[in-house]
Design a protein around this ligand. Structure first.
Ligand code: UT7
Length: 354
């Protein structure tokens, strides 16, 4: 009998265009929370300025026991448990981070901690767009049939790269991790209904965490670059203008391409950078305030972690329910930005109000 998927050569096509399902989520944040008032002991700032300009009230800061690998592993473990997966059944561990514990790749260390021995594990670097880019990247392997189960993690520990004497940047960032369990499913159950991704490296200097320029002598006549990074540098106003211009545009384009009206959205899940940016995007799209997810007050900007951290919080407290439609957008250094239209699959968690 001939194989219906085999071509004339008799070679069987390995992949098929499956859907991808967002099955479960997880998150982890450091224990230590530093309030705006507490931070004002270090730099000349105050709660009123930070809250009114950004919506941030506190940020969590990792201690010696809570490095990036352990936060990311804890978030991924929770997603694994929520999905009810055996770690050995995971095919891919993708870590979005810009503050790795190991520049050669931190994802393999997480894979080892999880016992996901059959998974390939690697890092994706795209700053605050990282989680969304990683989710879209992982979904490509699942769609083609090359893989079945992926853990997508967004984690950052920017507290080690912030200049704590620069009040223009240090008040914004915090540490954290979030994760999603992603599984191939039938096309009818697809949870990634559309996406867009973009970069503009001409504006890379607006927000950077760059290699130091220092060199050292190797032998007479030859110098080598010394490894190490400068603290985060940011042109806040330029990044702000970029975000309020590009994020509504990319979301509008995605909604139009998928034939989705803004009124059909259950939630707007944006990278948590600044409450004023979130409000401006929601307003531009015509999405009411009660559908705009925000946890900036507790965590600040945790870079690649903000989207899965916020997702997990809203799933855990029963706000996001299975089958609901979520428009998400990540944006930041690169400059980079993107959007995804998601349908949350599960698991079912009863709402506290129900
Ligand atoms: O993931 C993407 C990450 N980045 C972002 O999303 C950043 C986007 N940009 C922003 O969120 C805003 O530009 C900031 C919150 C960073 C700054 O807000 P702003 O309204 O653009 O303030 P500004 O930089 O224009 O500064 C206004 C004033 C300045 O004083 P003068 O020159 O007017 O006397 C600053 O020195 O506020 C002063 N200032 C502060 N004062 C108290 C700046 N930072 C602080 C501070 N506390 N932490």
């Amino acid at each position: 009998m001939t194989d219906p998927q085999a071509g004339e050569s008799g070679v069987r096509r390995e992949g098929f265009l499956a859907g991808v399902s967002l099955v479960a989520s997880g998150a982890a944040t450091p224990h230590t929370s530093v309030s705006n008032d507490a931070l004002s002991q270090r730099v000349e700032t105050n709660d009123d300025w930070i809250r009114s300009r950004t919506g941030i009230g506190a940020r969590h800061i990792a201690d010696e026991q809570e490095g990036l690998t352990s936060l990311a592993s804890a978030a991924a473990r929770e997603a694994l448990a929520g999905a009810g997966w055996d770690p050995a059944s995971v095919d891919l561990v993708l870590l979005a981070t810009s503050s790795p514990d190991d520049l050669f790749g931190t994802a393999p260390r997480i894979q080892a901690q999880l016992g996901a021995h059959n998974a390939v594990a690697f890092d994706v670097t795209a700053a605050c767009s990282g989680f969304l880019f990683a989710l879209i990247t992982a979904s490509q392997y699942l769609r083609t049939g090359a893989m079945t189960r992926a853990l997508v993690i967004g984690a950052d520990q920017l507290s080690r790269w912030v200049d704590w004497d620069d009040r223009r940047t240090c008040v914004l960032f915090g540490d954290g991790a979030g994760a999603v369990a992603l599984e191939a499913c039938s096309p009818e159950d697809d949870g990634l209904l559309g996406f867009r991704m973009a970069s503009d490296g001409r504006k890379a200097d607006c927000l950077s965490l760059r290699q130091v320029a220092a060199r050292q002598d190797l032998i007479p006549g030859v110098t080598v670059q010394r490894g190490g990074f400068e603290p985060i540098q940011m042109n806040g106003q330029e990044v702000y203008k970029f975000a309020v211009r590009e994020v509504p545009a990319v979301l509008q384009e995605l909604l139009a391409a998928t034939g989705t009206g803004a009124e059909q959205l259950d939630w707007l899940l944006l990278h948590q950078a600044n409450q004023r940016i979130l409000n401006a995007v929601a307003e531009r799209l015509g999405v009411p305030e009660h559908k705009l997810l925000s946890n900036l007050a507790s965590y600040g900007n945790t870079s690649a972690a903000t989207i899965p951290l916020m997702l997990h919080e809203a799933v855990s407290d029963g706000r996001i329910q299975p089958g609901q439609l979520i428009a998400s957008s990540g944006f930041g250094a690169g400059l980079s930005w993107g959007a995804a239209l998601l349908r949350w699959h599960g698991p079912v968690i009863s709402s506290p109000a129900a």
